[in-house]
Design a protein around this ligand. Structure first.
Ligand SMILES: Nc1nc2c(ncn2[C@@H]2O[C@H](COP(=O)(O)OP(=O)(O)OP(=O)(O)O)[C@@H](O)[C@H]2O)c(=O)[nH]1
Ligand SMILES: [Mg+2]
Length: 203
């Protein structure tokens, strides 16, 4: 269904002052650098050639806004956890993302991406805590499932669910941008939250 919607780049914002005016419900993706945020957005929207892919991993501290038809805005948050970034860059990331998640009434769902092959880093847990503090609906998406055998993927899923879902009881969705595993499940979650946001917009 979403295949037919036009994906339009709105803008890249380096600071809160430059966020576009929120016209539609927003769904954001956040996660470590290289975890597969852009690939997930491409796969979700089938926009293979969309400008979701960055060439300078971990360096570009921009929030990218894309409009999906008249339905919603998709937001690609800058990656974190990139080794060797200067402290100033990390602080800038925190400031930018914190101002976004706390001051964006249109934001109705955040997808927190983690690589299914890796144990969570402290920064992943910090981001999860940030989302909880902001009172935002979020789901954990375990990416790159195609890189593991089915049984290993299942093992890792159980382990990650224990870490993430146990406390906040938030769902974990296995996903692959290569095989499209999880795509339909993820769309269902997104559509549910967008529908609810349309019905009862936050003030
Ligand atoms: N096998 C496999 N590779 C993937 C998958 N998702 C992403 N990748 C690869 O992982 C690398 C990083 O993917 P991106 O989508 O650019 O990751 P990102 O999170 O947007 O990275 P930054 O924007 O730099 O933070 C690329 O080489 C992708 O091709 C997946 O589901 N399976
Ligand atoms: Mg990216």
């Amino acid at each position: 269904m979403k295949k037919t919607l036009l994906v339009e780049f709105i803008k890249s914002a380096p600071s809160a002052q430059e966020f576009p005016s929120p016209e539609l419900p927003e769904v954001a993706v956040v996660g470590r650098s290289n975890v597969g945020k852009s690939s997930l957005l491409n796969r979700l929207t089938s926009a293979k050639r969309m400008a979701f892919v960055s060439k300078t991993p971990g360096r570009t501290q921009l929030i990218n806004f894309f409009r999906l038809g008249d339905e919603m805005t998709l937001v690609d948050l800058p990656g974190y956890g990139f080794a060797k970034v200067p402290v100033a860059v990390r602080q800038n990331w925190e400031q930018l993302v914190t101002s976004y998640v706390f001051e964006r009434p249109a934001l109705c769902l955040v997808l927190l991406l983690i690589d299914i092959r890796r144990d969570p880093m402290e920064s992943d847990i910090q981001v999860r805590d940030l989302l909880e503090q902001a009172g935002l609906a979020h789901v954990v998406v375990a990416t790159k499932t195609d890189k593991l055998s089915k049984s290993r993927a299942r093992q890792q899923q159980t382990k990650l669910e224990r870490i993430y879902a146990a406390e906040g009881k938030i769902p974990l969705i296995p996903f692959s941008a290569v095989t499209s595993e999880g795509r339909n499940e993820l769309w269902k979650v997104i559509e549910k939250h967008v529908r609810e946001a349309r019905r009862a917009p936050k003030k």
